[in-house]
Ligand binder design. Structure first.
Ligand SMILES: *Cc1c(COP(=O)(O)O)cnc(C)c1O
Length: 489
Protein backbone atom coordinates (compact mmCIF):
# COMPACT_ATOMS: atom_id res chain seq x y z
CA UNK A 1 0.00 0.00 0.00
CA UNK A 2 1.24 3.44 -0.92
CA UNK A 3 0.00 6.74 0.41
CA UNK A 4 -0.72 9.66 -1.88
CA UNK A 5 -1.65 13.14 -0.69
CA UNK A 6 -4.89 15.09 -0.71
CA UNK A 7 -3.28 17.51 -3.13
CA UNK A 8 -2.04 14.87 -5.52
CA UNK A 9 1.51 14.61 -4.12
CA UNK A 10 3.88 11.72 -4.94
CA UNK A 11 3.20 8.35 -3.28
CA UNK A 12 5.20 7.27 -0.21
CA UNK A 13 5.28 4.12 1.91
CA UNK A 14 3.36 3.75 5.17
CA UNK A 15 6.53 4.12 7.24
CA UNK A 16 7.46 7.33 5.43
CA UNK A 17 3.97 8.76 5.83
CA UNK A 18 4.08 8.06 9.57
CA UNK A 19 7.54 9.60 10.03
CA UNK A 20 6.61 12.73 8.09
CA UNK A 21 3.20 13.23 9.70
CA UNK A 22 2.20 15.80 7.13
CA UNK A 23 3.27 15.97 3.48
CA UNK A 24 5.85 18.58 2.42
CA UNK A 25 3.16 20.51 0.51
CA UNK A 26 1.03 20.78 3.66
CA UNK A 27 -1.37 18.11 2.40
CA UNK A 28 -2.44 14.96 4.22
CA UNK A 29 -1.52 11.39 3.38
CA UNK A 30 -4.35 9.12 2.24
CA UNK A 31 -4.28 5.47 1.17
CA UNK A 32 -4.17 4.98 -2.59
CA UNK A 33 -7.18 2.67 -2.17
CA UNK A 34 -9.35 1.07 0.50
CA UNK A 35 -8.45 -2.58 1.16
CA UNK A 36 -11.66 -4.61 1.03
CA UNK A 37 -13.03 -6.18 4.17
CA UNK A 38 -14.91 -9.22 2.94
CA UNK A 39 -18.10 -10.42 4.66
CA UNK A 40 -16.37 -13.72 5.44
CA UNK A 41 -13.37 -11.96 7.00
CA UNK A 42 -15.78 -9.90 9.09
CA UNK A 43 -17.72 -12.98 10.17
CA UNK A 44 -14.49 -14.62 11.33
CA UNK A 45 -13.77 -11.68 13.62
CA UNK A 46 -16.72 -12.36 15.90
CA UNK A 47 -14.54 -14.26 18.35
CA UNK A 48 -11.35 -12.27 17.85
CA UNK A 49 -9.68 -10.26 20.59
CA UNK A 50 -9.14 -6.55 20.04
CA UNK A 51 -5.52 -7.29 19.16
CA UNK A 52 -6.49 -9.83 16.52
CA UNK A 53 -8.91 -7.39 14.88
CA UNK A 54 -6.28 -4.64 15.06
CA UNK A 55 -3.70 -6.83 13.33
CA UNK A 56 -6.14 -7.80 10.56
CA UNK A 57 -7.33 -4.25 9.93
CA UNK A 58 -3.89 -2.61 10.08
CA UNK A 59 -1.98 -5.16 7.99
CA UNK A 60 -3.30 -4.18 4.52
CA UNK A 61 -2.60 -0.48 5.23
CA UNK A 62 0.74 -0.66 7.01
CA UNK A 63 2.48 -2.96 4.58
CA UNK A 64 5.93 -1.94 5.81
CA UNK A 65 5.11 -3.96 8.92
CA UNK A 66 4.69 -7.72 9.20
CA UNK A 67 1.54 -9.10 10.82
CA UNK A 68 3.74 -10.31 13.65
CA UNK A 69 5.15 -6.82 14.25
CA UNK A 70 1.69 -5.29 14.20
CA UNK A 71 0.42 -7.86 16.63
CA UNK A 72 3.31 -7.16 19.02
CA UNK A 73 2.84 -3.41 18.75
CA UNK A 74 -0.87 -3.59 19.41
CA UNK A 75 -0.43 -5.99 22.33
CA UNK A 76 2.00 -3.52 23.90
CA UNK A 77 -0.22 -0.54 23.12
CA UNK A 78 -3.44 -1.93 24.56
CA UNK A 79 -1.95 -4.03 27.34
CA UNK A 80 -2.29 -1.20 29.85
CA UNK A 81 -6.01 -0.56 29.23
CA UNK A 82 -8.25 -0.76 32.25
CA UNK A 83 -10.84 -2.90 30.46
CA UNK A 84 -9.75 -6.24 29.00
CA UNK A 85 -12.11 -5.71 26.04
CA UNK A 86 -10.07 -2.53 25.26
CA UNK A 87 -13.10 -0.90 23.57
CA UNK A 88 -16.16 -2.40 25.29
CA UNK A 89 -19.67 -1.99 23.89
CA UNK A 90 -22.29 -1.09 26.46
CA UNK A 91 -25.93 -1.55 25.50
CA UNK A 92 -28.06 1.31 26.81
CA UNK A 93 -31.47 0.30 25.47
CA UNK A 94 -33.59 1.25 22.50
CA UNK A 95 -31.16 -0.12 19.90
CA UNK A 96 -28.27 2.04 21.11
CA UNK A 97 -24.86 0.97 22.34
CA UNK A 98 -22.03 3.09 23.67
CA UNK A 99 -18.64 2.19 22.24
CA UNK A 100 -16.39 3.09 25.18
CA UNK A 101 -13.03 4.31 23.95
CA UNK A 102 -11.77 5.84 27.20
CA UNK A 103 -10.26 2.94 29.11
CA UNK A 104 -6.69 3.87 28.21
CA UNK A 105 -4.14 5.56 30.49
CA UNK A 106 -5.39 9.13 29.88
CA UNK A 107 -9.13 8.43 29.93
CA UNK A 108 -10.00 9.73 26.47
CA UNK A 109 -10.32 8.07 23.07
CA UNK A 110 -7.02 9.63 21.96
CA UNK A 111 -5.25 6.71 23.69
CA UNK A 112 -6.69 4.31 21.10
CA UNK A 113 -4.35 5.87 18.55
CA UNK A 114 -1.70 7.51 20.70
CA UNK A 115 -0.68 4.27 22.36
CA UNK A 116 -0.05 2.94 18.84
CA UNK A 117 1.54 5.94 17.12
CA UNK A 118 4.75 6.20 19.20
CA UNK A 119 5.47 2.53 18.66
CA UNK A 120 4.69 2.74 14.95
CA UNK A 121 6.77 5.90 14.66
CA UNK A 122 9.82 4.47 16.44
CA UNK A 123 9.71 1.40 14.17
CA UNK A 124 9.06 3.51 11.05
CA UNK A 125 12.04 5.72 11.86
CA UNK A 126 14.29 2.66 11.71
CA UNK A 127 12.62 1.32 8.56
CA UNK A 128 13.16 4.52 6.59
CA UNK A 129 16.66 5.07 8.05
CA UNK A 130 15.77 8.45 9.56
CA UNK A 131 18.77 9.27 11.76
CA UNK A 132 17.59 12.73 12.81
CA UNK A 133 15.76 13.26 16.06
CA UNK A 134 12.01 13.50 15.54
CA UNK A 135 10.41 16.60 17.02
CA UNK A 136 6.69 16.17 17.58
CA UNK A 137 4.66 19.36 17.71
CA UNK A 138 1.20 18.99 19.12
CA UNK A 139 -1.55 21.55 19.44
CA UNK A 140 -4.20 20.16 21.74
CA UNK A 141 -7.75 21.00 22.68
CA UNK A 142 -7.15 19.03 25.88
CA UNK A 143 -7.00 15.29 25.33
CA UNK A 144 -4.43 14.81 22.56
CA UNK A 145 -1.76 16.57 24.62
CA UNK A 146 -1.87 14.21 27.56
CA UNK A 147 -2.28 11.13 25.40
CA UNK A 148 0.75 12.14 23.28
CA UNK A 149 2.85 12.87 26.38
CA UNK A 150 1.92 9.54 27.88
CA UNK A 151 2.51 7.61 24.65
CA UNK A 152 5.84 9.24 23.79
CA UNK A 153 7.33 9.43 27.29
CA UNK A 154 10.99 8.38 27.06
CA UNK A 155 10.65 6.99 23.50
CA UNK A 156 14.24 7.18 22.17
CA UNK A 157 14.90 9.53 19.27
CA UNK A 158 11.70 11.53 19.76
CA UNK A 159 11.01 14.82 21.58
CA UNK A 160 7.53 16.22 22.14
CA UNK A 161 6.26 19.76 22.63
CA UNK A 162 2.61 20.18 23.56
CA UNK A 163 0.74 23.48 23.28
CA UNK A 164 -2.67 23.84 24.91
CA UNK A 165 -4.97 26.89 25.01
CA UNK A 166 -4.57 28.76 28.31
CA UNK A 167 -7.96 28.60 30.05
CA UNK A 168 -9.38 26.42 27.27
CA UNK A 169 -9.14 22.99 28.90
CA UNK A 170 -10.65 21.43 32.05
CA UNK A 171 -8.67 21.52 35.32
CA UNK A 172 -8.21 17.75 35.17
CA UNK A 173 -6.95 17.94 31.58
CA UNK A 174 -4.53 20.72 32.54
CA UNK A 175 -3.18 18.83 35.55
CA UNK A 176 -2.79 15.68 33.53
CA UNK A 177 -0.48 17.55 31.17
CA UNK A 178 1.42 19.78 33.58
CA UNK A 179 2.31 16.89 35.92
CA UNK A 180 3.62 14.60 33.17
CA UNK A 181 7.22 13.53 33.70
CA UNK A 182 9.59 12.32 30.98
CA UNK A 183 13.01 13.56 29.84
CA UNK A 184 11.81 14.21 26.28
CA UNK A 185 8.62 16.16 26.99
CA UNK A 186 7.65 19.84 27.29
CA UNK A 187 4.24 21.43 27.82
CA UNK A 188 3.18 25.05 27.29
CA UNK A 189 -0.04 26.99 27.75
CA UNK A 190 -0.51 29.43 24.87
CA UNK A 191 -2.51 32.65 24.91
CA UNK A 192 -5.09 31.92 22.23
CA UNK A 193 -7.59 29.22 21.39
CA UNK A 194 -7.02 25.77 19.89
CA UNK A 195 -7.48 26.95 16.32
CA UNK A 196 -4.81 29.65 16.82
CA UNK A 197 -2.37 27.07 18.16
CA UNK A 198 -3.18 24.53 15.45
CA UNK A 199 -2.77 27.15 12.73
CA UNK A 200 0.65 28.11 14.07
CA UNK A 201 1.72 24.46 14.22
CA UNK A 202 0.70 24.02 10.58
CA UNK A 203 2.54 27.22 9.66
CA UNK A 204 5.70 26.01 11.41
CA UNK A 205 5.45 22.74 9.48
CA UNK A 206 5.30 24.62 6.20
CA UNK A 207 8.14 27.04 7.13
CA UNK A 208 11.26 26.11 5.18
CA UNK A 209 13.44 28.33 7.39
CA UNK A 210 12.44 26.48 10.54
CA UNK A 211 12.82 23.11 8.84
CA UNK A 212 16.35 23.86 7.72
CA UNK A 213 17.33 25.35 11.08
CA UNK A 214 16.19 22.13 12.72
CA UNK A 215 17.87 20.00 10.09
CA UNK A 216 21.20 21.69 10.93
CA UNK A 217 20.65 20.62 14.52
CA UNK A 218 19.90 17.05 13.42
CA UNK A 219 16.16 17.20 13.98
CA UNK A 220 13.05 16.84 11.83
CA UNK A 221 9.46 17.80 12.55
CA UNK A 222 6.55 15.42 12.75
CA UNK A 223 3.03 15.45 14.09
CA UNK A 224 1.06 13.52 16.69
CA UNK A 225 -2.16 15.26 15.74
CA UNK A 226 -4.82 13.22 14.02
CA UNK A 227 -3.48 14.31 10.66
CA UNK A 228 -0.79 11.64 11.19
CA UNK A 229 -1.69 8.49 9.33
CA UNK A 230 -0.35 6.45 12.24
CA UNK A 231 -3.23 7.78 14.29
CA UNK A 232 -5.93 7.50 11.70
CA UNK A 233 -5.49 3.85 10.76
CA UNK A 234 -5.66 2.45 14.32
CA UNK A 235 -8.97 4.27 14.72
CA UNK A 236 -10.58 2.18 11.98
CA UNK A 237 -10.09 -0.90 14.13
CA UNK A 238 -12.69 -0.20 16.80
CA UNK A 239 -15.50 0.28 14.29
CA UNK A 240 -14.82 -3.15 12.84
CA UNK A 241 -14.54 -4.58 16.35
CA UNK A 242 -17.84 -2.97 17.41
CA UNK A 243 -19.63 -4.37 14.38
CA UNK A 244 -18.29 -7.86 15.03
CA UNK A 245 -19.40 -7.47 18.66
CA UNK A 246 -22.96 -6.57 17.66
CA UNK A 247 -23.16 -9.62 15.39
CA UNK A 248 -21.81 -11.82 18.15
CA UNK A 249 -24.43 -10.59 20.62
CA UNK A 250 -27.18 -11.12 18.10
CA UNK A 251 -28.08 -7.41 18.01
CA UNK A 252 -27.71 -7.53 14.22
CA UNK A 253 -27.37 -10.23 11.59
CA UNK A 254 -24.25 -10.49 9.45
CA UNK A 255 -24.44 -7.87 6.70
CA UNK A 256 -27.03 -5.65 8.44
CA UNK A 257 -26.20 -1.98 8.33
CA UNK A 258 -25.61 0.01 11.51
CA UNK A 259 -25.53 3.75 12.12
CA UNK A 260 -22.64 5.37 13.91
CA UNK A 261 -22.83 8.64 15.83
CA UNK A 262 -19.57 10.39 16.72
CA UNK A 263 -18.87 13.50 18.83
CA UNK A 264 -16.74 15.39 16.35
CA UNK A 265 -14.04 18.03 16.54
CA UNK A 266 -11.05 17.60 14.26
CA UNK A 267 -12.97 15.00 12.21
CA UNK A 268 -10.43 12.20 12.81
CA UNK A 269 -12.66 9.77 14.66
CA UNK A 270 -15.61 9.95 12.28
CA UNK A 271 -13.30 9.87 9.28
CA UNK A 272 -12.00 6.51 10.49
CA UNK A 273 -15.62 5.27 10.53
CA UNK A 274 -15.98 6.49 6.94
CA UNK A 275 -12.79 4.62 5.98
CA UNK A 276 -14.23 1.49 7.63
CA UNK A 277 -17.37 1.93 5.53
CA UNK A 278 -15.33 2.35 2.36
CA UNK A 279 -13.56 -0.92 3.21
CA UNK A 280 -16.96 -2.62 3.25
CA UNK A 281 -18.15 -2.38 6.85
CA UNK A 282 -21.97 -2.18 6.59
CA UNK A 283 -22.69 1.35 7.79
CA UNK A 284 -25.87 3.20 6.90
CA UNK A 285 -25.48 6.69 8.31
CA UNK A 286 -22.58 8.50 9.89
CA UNK A 287 -23.99 11.06 12.27
CA UNK A 288 -21.59 13.87 13.12
CA UNK A 289 -22.41 15.52 16.46
CA UNK A 290 -21.15 19.03 17.27
CA UNK A 291 -21.37 21.36 20.21
CA UNK A 292 -22.10 25.07 19.81
CA UNK A 293 -19.07 25.38 17.52
CA UNK A 294 -21.30 23.84 14.87
CA UNK A 295 -19.39 24.62 11.70
CA UNK A 296 -19.55 20.94 10.64
CA UNK A 297 -23.32 20.81 11.12
CA UNK A 298 -23.70 23.75 8.73
CA UNK A 299 -21.23 22.23 6.30
CA UNK A 300 -23.01 18.89 6.15
CA UNK A 301 -26.33 20.67 5.62
CA UNK A 302 -25.17 23.09 2.91
CA UNK A 303 -21.82 22.03 1.42
CA UNK A 304 -20.44 25.40 2.49
CA UNK A 305 -17.71 25.46 5.11
CA UNK A 306 -17.55 28.83 6.82
CA UNK A 307 -15.38 29.31 9.89
CA UNK A 308 -16.21 33.02 10.10
CA UNK A 309 -18.25 32.84 13.27
CA UNK A 310 -17.73 33.35 16.98
CA UNK A 311 -15.63 30.73 18.76
CA UNK A 312 -17.33 29.47 21.93
CA UNK A 313 -15.76 27.75 24.93
CA UNK A 314 -18.13 24.93 25.87
CA UNK A 315 -18.41 22.10 28.40
CA UNK A 316 -17.08 19.73 25.71
CA UNK A 317 -13.74 21.48 25.09
CA UNK A 318 -12.19 18.75 22.96
CA UNK A 319 -14.71 19.72 20.29
CA UNK A 320 -14.15 23.48 20.51
CA UNK A 321 -12.74 23.62 17.02
CA UNK A 322 -13.67 25.67 13.96
CA UNK A 323 -11.16 24.22 11.50
CA UNK A 324 -11.42 20.43 11.34
CA UNK A 325 -8.15 19.26 9.81
CA UNK A 326 -9.18 15.78 8.79
CA UNK A 327 -12.09 17.04 6.74
CA UNK A 328 -9.54 17.56 3.99
CA UNK A 329 -9.29 13.78 3.66
CA UNK A 330 -13.04 13.47 3.22
CA UNK A 331 -13.05 16.29 0.66
CA UNK A 332 -10.52 14.30 -1.33
CA UNK A 333 -13.00 11.41 -1.57
CA UNK A 334 -16.04 13.65 -2.17
CA UNK A 335 -14.27 15.34 -5.09
CA UNK A 336 -13.48 11.95 -6.62
CA UNK A 337 -9.87 12.33 -5.54
CA UNK A 338 -9.34 15.65 -7.28
CA UNK A 339 -6.22 17.06 -5.61
CA UNK A 340 -6.48 20.37 -7.45
CA UNK A 341 -10.05 20.93 -6.22
CA UNK A 342 -9.01 20.12 -2.63
CA UNK A 343 -6.05 22.49 -2.92
CA UNK A 344 -8.33 25.28 -4.14
CA UNK A 345 -10.81 24.77 -1.28
CA UNK A 346 -8.01 24.76 1.30
CA UNK A 347 -6.59 27.92 -0.25
CA UNK A 348 -10.03 29.58 -0.05
CA UNK A 349 -10.25 28.49 3.59
CA UNK A 350 -6.92 30.03 4.49
CA UNK A 351 -7.63 33.26 2.58
CA UNK A 352 -11.32 33.93 3.31
CA UNK A 353 -12.19 31.30 5.93
CA UNK A 354 -14.77 29.75 3.62
CA UNK A 355 -15.28 27.34 0.70
CA UNK A 356 -18.18 25.78 -1.17
CA UNK A 357 -17.81 22.19 -2.42
CA UNK A 358 -20.61 22.48 -4.99
CA UNK A 359 -23.70 20.37 -5.50
CA UNK A 360 -22.13 17.14 -6.82
CA UNK A 361 -19.74 16.73 -3.88
CA UNK A 362 -22.45 17.86 -1.47
CA UNK A 363 -24.80 15.17 -2.79
CA UNK A 364 -22.12 12.54 -2.12
CA UNK A 365 -21.63 13.93 1.36
CA UNK A 366 -25.37 13.78 2.11
CA UNK A 367 -25.60 10.17 0.95
CA UNK A 368 -23.71 9.06 4.03
CA UNK A 369 -23.33 11.88 6.54
CA UNK A 370 -25.81 13.84 8.53
CA UNK A 371 -25.08 16.35 11.24
CA UNK A 372 -26.58 17.61 14.46
CA UNK A 373 -25.55 19.84 17.31
CA UNK A 374 -26.49 20.85 20.82
CA UNK A 375 -25.41 23.55 23.27
CA UNK A 376 -24.31 23.18 26.90
CA UNK A 377 -27.94 23.19 28.12
CA UNK A 378 -28.77 20.26 25.83
CA UNK A 379 -25.54 18.54 26.86
CA UNK A 380 -26.38 18.77 30.57
CA UNK A 381 -29.87 17.48 29.87
CA UNK A 382 -28.44 14.49 27.97
CA UNK A 383 -26.10 13.69 30.89
CA UNK A 384 -29.01 13.82 33.32
CA UNK A 385 -31.35 11.73 31.17
CA UNK A 386 -28.67 9.14 30.44
CA UNK A 387 -28.07 8.77 34.15
CA UNK A 388 -31.71 8.70 35.24
CA UNK A 389 -33.31 6.83 32.34
CA UNK A 390 -30.47 4.58 31.22
CA UNK A 391 -28.37 4.27 34.37
CA UNK A 392 -25.14 5.32 32.66
CA UNK A 393 -22.79 8.12 33.65
CA UNK A 394 -21.39 9.86 30.55
CA UNK A 395 -18.99 12.69 29.83
CA UNK A 396 -20.05 15.90 28.02
CA UNK A 397 -18.64 14.86 24.62
CA UNK A 398 -20.50 11.56 24.69
CA UNK A 399 -23.58 13.48 25.85
CA UNK A 400 -23.42 15.74 22.79
CA UNK A 401 -23.42 12.62 20.62
CA UNK A 402 -26.23 10.92 22.52
CA UNK A 403 -28.37 14.04 22.37
CA UNK A 404 -27.82 14.42 18.63
CA UNK A 405 -28.44 10.71 18.07
CA UNK A 406 -31.74 10.74 19.96
CA UNK A 407 -32.92 13.84 18.08
CA UNK A 408 -31.96 12.20 14.77
CA UNK A 409 -33.97 9.09 15.58
CA UNK A 410 -37.01 11.14 16.63
CA UNK A 411 -36.88 13.34 13.55
CA UNK A 412 -36.20 10.67 10.93
CA UNK A 413 -37.78 7.55 12.40
CA UNK A 414 -34.56 5.73 11.43
CA UNK A 415 -34.47 3.05 14.12
CA UNK A 416 -31.43 1.16 12.87
CA UNK A 417 -29.07 -0.30 15.49
CA UNK A 418 -26.71 2.55 16.37
CA UNK A 419 -23.27 2.79 17.91
CA UNK A 420 -22.75 6.03 19.83
CA UNK A 421 -19.07 6.66 20.35
CA UNK A 422 -18.18 7.42 23.96
CA UNK A 423 -14.95 9.37 23.95
CA UNK A 424 -13.99 10.28 27.53
CA UNK A 425 -14.41 9.32 31.16
CA UNK A 426 -16.96 11.56 32.94
CA UNK A 427 -14.29 12.10 35.61
CA UNK A 428 -12.25 14.16 33.17
CA UNK A 429 -14.99 16.79 33.22
CA UNK A 430 -16.35 16.39 36.74
CA UNK A 431 -17.67 19.93 37.34
CA UNK A 432 -19.77 19.95 34.22
CA UNK A 433 -21.09 16.44 34.85
CA UNK A 434 -21.90 17.07 38.51
CA UNK A 435 -23.70 20.32 37.68
CA UNK A 436 -25.83 18.38 35.20
CA UNK A 437 -26.86 15.86 37.84
CA UNK A 438 -27.58 18.04 40.84
CA UNK A 439 -28.88 21.49 41.71
CA UNK A 440 -26.68 21.48 44.82
CA UNK A 441 -23.62 23.73 45.00
CA UNK A 442 -20.69 22.41 42.95
CA UNK A 443 -17.38 22.96 44.82
CA UNK A 444 -14.77 25.20 43.21
CA UNK A 445 -11.99 22.66 43.50
CA UNK A 446 -12.24 20.04 40.76
CA UNK A 447 -10.78 17.30 42.89
CA UNK A 448 -13.43 17.88 45.55
CA UNK A 449 -15.97 17.69 42.75
CA UNK A 450 -14.60 14.29 41.78
CA UNK A 451 -15.26 13.02 45.30
CA UNK A 452 -18.77 14.53 45.25
CA UNK A 453 -19.49 12.93 41.88
CA UNK A 454 -18.24 9.56 43.12
CA UNK A 455 -20.39 9.80 46.24
CA UNK A 456 -23.49 10.83 44.33
CA UNK A 457 -23.23 8.10 41.70
CA UNK A 458 -21.46 5.32 43.58
CA UNK A 459 -18.81 5.09 40.86
CA UNK A 460 -15.11 5.55 41.40
CA UNK A 461 -12.85 7.75 39.34
CA UNK A 462 -9.96 6.17 37.44
CA UNK A 463 -6.86 5.78 39.57
CA UNK A 464 -4.72 8.04 37.37
CA UNK A 465 -7.13 10.93 37.92
CA UNK A 466 -7.33 10.39 41.69
CA UNK A 467 -3.53 10.55 41.89
CA UNK A 468 -3.23 13.90 40.11
CA UNK A 469 -3.40 16.25 43.15
CA UNK A 470 -0.41 14.55 44.73
CA UNK A 471 1.76 14.81 41.63
CA UNK A 472 4.14 17.78 41.33
CA UNK A 473 3.46 20.35 38.60
CA UNK A 474 6.46 20.21 36.25
CA UNK A 475 5.40 22.50 33.41
CA UNK A 476 4.32 26.07 34.13
CA UNK A 477 5.15 28.02 30.98
CA UNK A 478 2.53 30.36 29.49
CA UNK A 479 3.58 31.77 26.13
CA UNK A 480 2.37 33.88 23.23
CA UNK A 481 1.53 32.14 19.95
CA UNK A 482 4.41 34.04 18.32
CA UNK A 483 6.95 32.38 20.66
CA UNK A 484 6.08 28.85 19.60
CA UNK A 485 8.61 28.84 16.74
CA UNK A 486 11.44 30.09 18.98
CA UNK A 487 10.69 27.39 21.48
CA UNK A 488 10.84 24.77 18.75
CA UNK A 489 14.17 26.01 17.41
C1 LIG B 1 -10.63 14.60 20.44
C2 LIG B 1 -11.94 14.34 21.07
C3 LIG B 1 -13.14 14.40 20.33
C4 LIG B 1 -13.16 14.78 18.87
O1 LIG B 1 -12.54 13.82 18.05
P1 LIG B 1 -12.02 14.23 16.59
O2 LIG B 1 -11.34 13.04 16.08
O3 LIG B 1 -11.11 15.41 16.80
O4 LIG B 1 -13.23 14.62 15.80
C5 LIG B 1 -14.32 14.09 20.97
N1 LIG B 1 -14.34 13.79 22.29
C6 LIG B 1 -13.22 13.74 23.03
C7 LIG B 1 -13.32 13.42 24.47
C8 LIG B 1 -11.99 14.00 22.44
O5 LIG B 1 -10.87 13.95 23.19
Amino acid sequence: MKFITTRAGAPVSSAEAIVRGIAPDGALYVPEGFPPLSPSALAEMADDSYNDVATKVLAPYLTDFSAEELSEISAAAYGCFADPAVAPLREIGGGLSLLELFHGPTQAFKDMALQMLPRLLAASRKKVGEAREIRILTATSGDTGKAALCGFKDVPGVRVDVFYPDGGVSEVQKRQMTTQDGENLRVFAVRGNFDDAQREVKRIFADEGIRSALDKKGAVLSSANSINLGRLVPQIVYYVYAYAGLVKRGRIAEGDKINVCVPTGNFGNILAAYYAMRMGLPIGRLISASNQNNVLFDFIGTGIYDKNRPFTLTGSPSMDILVSSNLERLLFELSDRDGAAVGAWMEALSVGGRYDIGSAAHARLSDVFCGGWTDDVGTREAIRRAYIDRGVLIDPHTAVALSVCEAYRRQTGDARETVVVSTASPFKFPSFVLSALTDAHVPGDEFEVIRALSDLTGTSAPRQILELPSRPVLHRGVIEIESMKDIII
